[in-house]
Design a binder for this molecule. Structure first.
Ligand SMILES: Nc1ncnc2c1ncn2[C@@H]1O[C@H](COP(=O)(O)OP(=O)(O)O)[C@@H](O)[C@H]1O
Ligand SMILES: [Mg+2]
Length: 250
């Protein structure tokens, strides 16, 4: 069986500067891959390449057996890669239900015009209600998204992802800006993406306890290079990792 996501020799140079250099990674289905590294290591750039916001200078990205290196961000989303925690993924003036319904509608592969097809509309509404309920947002469907707290907005973003039926979920510092007491709650939600919803998760996070609690394997980036990708125990014990990163973080 092919990996869920395969990155081969992926490289990015901007204006002569090497941002990422020769990254090779295989992510299995239903795996949680933690990605760590110092600021500027290239973690967000890697997500930008995976989601199609940036084109690589070299290398390929496969989703299953499909080469998606040349796919637009829209087509990657359709193929099953979703990215969260960008404010653009939530429409503040729309209700929670509308936000999730639009994602569901897009997933059902029909027009984004929600009034056009009664049957699809009904399906999308059902899927949206289901996703909101799974994220503990039942009863708040008609509230506008802009009124949500930070933590609840992240729940909404995950509800949107569930409704979109994406297989691979990229989380870039999901805990950022969240007050400490809300961290365990979001960790459990992220865990459920794999455990309950059978997603494949790539998570960039500075909180080492979060990464250690969630990740099956950890990839360490430093100066645009992949230092190591291995089990949490082996990564922590790796001398190159300790000098590059963990010496500061742990
Ligand atoms: N669009 C860009 N143009 C030029 N340099 C960039 C651009 N995006 C990122 N960089 C540089 O690439 C490096 C990696 O950045 P980034 O991927 O954001 O790192 P991380 O997410 O690991 O902190 C940094 O040195 C950053 O300044
Ligand atoms: Mg970043």
């Amino acid at each position: 069986m092919s990996a869920a996501l395969t990155v081969s020799d992926l490289s990015l140079a901007i204006g002569g500067a090497k941002i990422l250099d020769g990254i090779n990674l295989e992510v299995s289905r239903h795996e949680t891959l933690g990605i760590i590294g110092p600021n500027g290591a290239g973690k967000t750039s890697l997500f930008n390449l995976l989601s199609g916001l940036l084109a690589p200078t070299r290398g390929t990205i496969h989703l299953g057996a499909t080469d998606i290196t040349q796919f637009s961000p829209f087509n990657r989303a359709k193929a099953g890669i979703a990215r969260t925690f960008q404010t653009s993924s939530v429409f503040n003036n729309l209700t929670l239900l509308e936000n999730v319904r639009i994602a569901a509608q897009a997933n059902l592969g029909r027009s984004m015009n929600l009034t056009r097809n009664a049957y699809t509309f009904k399906e999308a509404v059902e899927l949206a209600h289901q996703s909101l309920e799974q994220l503990g947002l039942k009863g708040r469907e008609n509230q506008v998204a802009g009124s949500l707290s930070h933590g609840d907005k992240r729940r909404l973003e995950i509800a949107i992802i569930l409704a979109s039926k994406a297989e691979i979920i990229l989380l870039d510092e999901p805990m950022a800006g969240l007050s400490v007491e809300h961290v365990p709650e979001l960790v459990e939600i992220i865990r459920s993406l794999v455990a309950v919803h059978e997603k494949t998760v790539l998570i960039v996070e500075h909180h080492m306890d979060v990464i250690l609690g969630l990740a099956d394997r950890i990839a360490v980036l430093n100066y645009g290079e992949l230092v190591v990708c291995d089990s949490p125990d082996k990564v922590i014990a790796n001398p190159a990792v300790q000098s590059a990163y963990l010496g500061v973080g742990l």
